[in-house]
Design a protein around this ligand. Structure first.
Ligand code: ADP
Length: 404
């Protein structure tokens, strides 16, 4: 029973077709630069002979054209992996914002589509793109149930003490202003993997999960449930990221507007797209910044130190939140690959029971699970490759099973 997973962005569609019975990927790819003069599609199909790769560039007007081409490739006479579009048992969609309404993966019908639309004010860039993906997939695979898996859902278990802001209550009551948190699919996936590695059910373990990609967030997970997370009402809060500032004094926004005359649109761009590591160094890829540091660039060294310092503060805070921490997990592009970030963020945390083994950390193999704490570290430290697509596929399958 193949399940198609779609992650539709404003100008891209990331997709993966899973064979759930055999637990393997049949095909995967990315449609990029939709609506731009030159679009791009990368596709990989897997069979017993190995991988067939294909790459195409031409104008891709909209999501419909992009996904139609994906369907053609899935059915392709030579590199196709299914014989009929009707073989696809379900389509699982990553939907960024589920508000307070969605704490579980949900079968999509007209009411659910309307609810995702109602949440557009909370996710003006993402929910419209997600809806487009849903619309086009429903058209192309009309027989397949469509399921929404929300990136905010995992954090709906947070207690009010963690999710409310200390501003007048009417903003929560009337506008839904609160912490929602994001990256929930990834935090859930790696926290379950961590429990497996600890050999205990998720309900019995406490973990801190650090998702460090272009966007970064960290979550305190108690007994399998998110109890606090660093992103907030929007993904701007918390850790220092590739291009986002993370936590700042909120009055800085007032100053930028009132004293320096920046518009809301300019402040939005400044804090979301031009800040973080990019703002500090002019580059947002940590590999480039680390190279500069190695060449003696003091700004690069400071930026990396700030990145690790912010992370360390959150590890400390979430240790306090959880009381007992069984494992600290690093995941996503930076978390999985940048040993120097892990080392710097954990340095001096012996008092909290966290100590890394320098060699194991440095040698953690790419793309694999590894355990990098020192002998005697009370907290296990894991590097776990995240797999949001697989989590979406599993949750989609679970929704269908529940429906019988
Ligand atoms: P996204 O949030 O877009 O899913 P990823 O999880 O793919 O991002 O992470 C992308 C980021 O990972 C890049 O911006 C880069 O800084 C970082 N990264 C990837 N590989 C390495 C590496 N070997 N060392 C340091 N940083 C890395």
């Amino acid at each position: 029973m193949p399940i198609l997973v779609l992650n539709s962005g404003s100008s891209s569609i990331k997709y993966r077709l899973f064979d759930m019975a055999q637990e393997r990927t049949l095909a995967a790819g990315l449609v990029e630069r939709i609506g731009e003069p030159l679009g791009h599609l990368r596709h990989e199909a897997f069979d017993d002979q190995g991988a067939h790769k294909l790459s195409e560039s031409y104008p891709i007007a909209d999501h419909r054209q992009g996904l139609r081409r994906v369907a053609e490739l899935l059915l392709h006479p030579e590199i196709g992996v299914i014989a009929d579009a009707g073989e696809i048992t379900a389509v699982g969609h990553r939907v960024v914002h589920g508000g307070e309404r969605f704490s579980q993966p949900t079968r999509i019908d007209a009411a659910v589509r309307a609810a995702i639309r109602d949440l557009i004010p909370l996710a003006p860039l993402h929910n419209p793109a997600n809806l487009q993906g849903i619309e086009v997939a429903t058209e192309l695979f009309p027989q397949a149930p469509q399921v929404a898996v929300f990136d905010t859902a995992f954090h709906q278990t947070m207690p009010a003490v963690a999710y409310r802001y200390a501003i007048p209550r009417r903003f929560y009551d009337e506008q839904g202003v609160r912490v929602y948190g994001f990256h929930g699919i990834s935090h859930l996936y790696v926290s379950k993997q961590a429990a497996r590695r600890l050999g205990r059910p998720p309900t019995e373990v406490n973990v801190i999960t650090a998702h460090l990609g272009n966007g970064c967030s960290i979550t305190a997970v108690r007994g399998g449930q998110s109890v606090d997370t660093s992103m907030g009402f929007t993904p701007l809060a918390g850790l220092i990221m590739g291009t986002r500032s993370g936590d700042i004094d909120p009055a800085l926004v007032i100053y930028l507007g009132a004293a320096l005359g920046l518009s809301f649109a300019e402040i939005d761009r400044l804090l979301n797209k031009e800040s973080g590591m990019l703002g500090l160094t002019g580059a947002n890829d940590l590999r480039d910044i680390a190279q500069r540091q190695a060449a003696g660039d003091a700004e690069a060294a400071l930026a990396l130190a700030m990145y690790a310092y912010r992370l360390k503060k959150y590890i400390g805070a979430y240790t306090a939140v959880l009381g007992r921490v069984d494992a600290l997990v690093f995941t996503a592009g930076v978390g999985e690959n940048a040993a120097f970030v892990r080392a710097q963020a954990c340095a001096g945390l012996e008092g909290l029971g966290i100590a890394l083994d320098a060699a194991r950390n440095a040698q953690a193999p790419r793309g694999q699970f590894s355990e990098i704490q020192a002998a005697g570290s009370a907290v296990k430290v894991f590097v776990i490759p995240t797999d949001e697509e697989q989590e979406i596929a599993q949750q989609t399958a679970a929704v269908l099973e529940m429906e019988g």
